[in-house]
Write a protein that binds this ligand. Structure first.
Ligand code: SF4
Ligand code: SF4
Length: 364
């Protein structure tokens, strides 16, 4: 068994406001000694929310991290990558505007936002990892050019992984468009013609035009069908169908997706070894991730902020804390068909981190 990783915890009140979250983040950053990893241009990687959503970490949290990085002598910039799916983050211009609209202005946060994978997600670097699924992984080039990185993550459920936090923020969140496509490459949804009501809600959500009416059935409207040759596996249509007519093989495909995500995370962590730290908020934990442009109620009260240098250990600690608080697994509260631990088991197998950890609570 590997040596336990140290994970620091700063607890919060049940419904922490932005100022309280920021203070907890600041204390966790200091408790874990993250200033020791800061070098020059420092990527503060987070998720700045999708249009219509509000569960993302608020600007004062990022302000606290930016201030800590500056105090350590670094030059921080906020960063994230563009998305595969349509929406306000599919290219850098819209994403930069959304970041401003969500309050992450220079005045509020003290740092500028730079999209790490370029205008349309093509600014990338292949990093060799010799993993189980990938020999190389395609990552956002400017995230790799940074002197150091602080990965600021938010724990949520996830419709394809069951759970998303630090490993997902790294693996999916720092992959270029090509890297994201590779991770989704086995996700192939199909439409159940008996469940489809032909409402056409899914049609505008598909960025590749893979969904179209199938041949008309006698006495019924034509159900939709998905052209697997055109489908990129982005998964956007899954959330659009209110009749649960779009299906995929949850267990098999989710496992491959999570393992691929862990391998992309490994690529980034290896290249940034000794120059990267993690801050993960177990607060406002919702069924779906912050990519969903909708208001969501939290599944439980806020727990606190975790910090350290091992992304696998931090995510395992987050799951354990949630289980301790609610008496149930996060997946059972969000997507019971899924098992979100594949990303952690694979992360441990490939050397991304360890699930064995020692939790150190910061004094109140
Ligand atoms: S959203 Fe669902 S029910 Fe509506 S057309 Fe698409 S697959 Fe059919
Ligand atoms: S059909 Fe494929 S490409 Fe289109 S939204 Fe669904 S998963 Fe994405």
């Amino acid at each position: 068994m590997s040596d336990p990783a140290v994970v620091h915890l700063v607890t919060t009140v049940e419904r922490a406001d932005p100022a309280e979250l920021a203070e907890a983040g600041r204390r966790a950053f200091r408790a874990a000694g993250l200033s020791g990893f800061v070098r020059g241009l420092t990527a503060v990687k987070s998720h700045f929310g999708e249009e219509g959503g509000e569960g993302f970490l608020p600007p004062p949290v990022l302000r606290a991290v930016v201030d800590e990085v500056k105090a350590a002598g670094g030059t921080p910039f906020l960063t994230d990558t563009t998305t595969l799916y349509t929406g306000k983050r599919s290219h850098a211009v819209d994403y930069a505007a959304l970041v401003q609209a969500h309050g992450f202005t220079f005045e509020a946060v003290g740092a500028t936002f730079v999209v790490a994978d370029g205008l349309v997600g093509a600014n990338e670097t292949e990093v060799r990892i010799d993993g189980v699924h990938h020999k190389t992984v395609a990552l956002a080039a400017d995230a790799l050019r940074a002197g150091s990185a602080v990965i600021v993550s938010h724990v949520t459920g996830h419709l394809a992984c069951g759970f998303g936090a630090t490993v997902k923020n790294l693996g999916m969140g720092l992959a270029s468009r090509r890297g994201k496509l590779r991770q989704h490459s086995t996700l192939r949804p199909h439409v159940d013609p008996d469940a489809c009501t032909a409402c056409e809600q899914c049609l505008p959500t598909c960025p590749t035009g893979a969904i179209a009416p199938a041949k008309a059935r006698r006495g019924a409207s034509p159900a939709m069908a998905i052209d697997s040759g055109k489908c990129s596996g982005c998964g956007e249509c899954l959330a659009s169908c209110r009749d649960d007519a779009i299906r995929f093989d949850w267990k098999a495909e989710s496992r491959r997706l999570q393992e691929s995500m862990a391998e992309h995370a490994l690529g980034y962590c290896r290249r940034m070894a000794g120059r990267i730290g993690f801050l993960t908020f177990v607060t406002h934990v919702t069924k779906d991730c912050d990519c969903m442009g909708k208001r969501q109620k939290p599944l439980c009260g806020d727990l606190g902020v975790l910090a350290g240098t091992d992304p696998v250990a931090i995510d395992q600690a987050a799951l354990d804390l949630l289980h301790e608080r609610t008496g149930r697994s996060l997946e059972s509260l969000s997507y019971p068909r899924l098992d979100g631990s594949f990303q952690l088991a694979h992360g441990e197998r490939i050397g991304l981190g360890t699930r064995t950890y020692k939790l150190v609570k910061a004094p109140g």
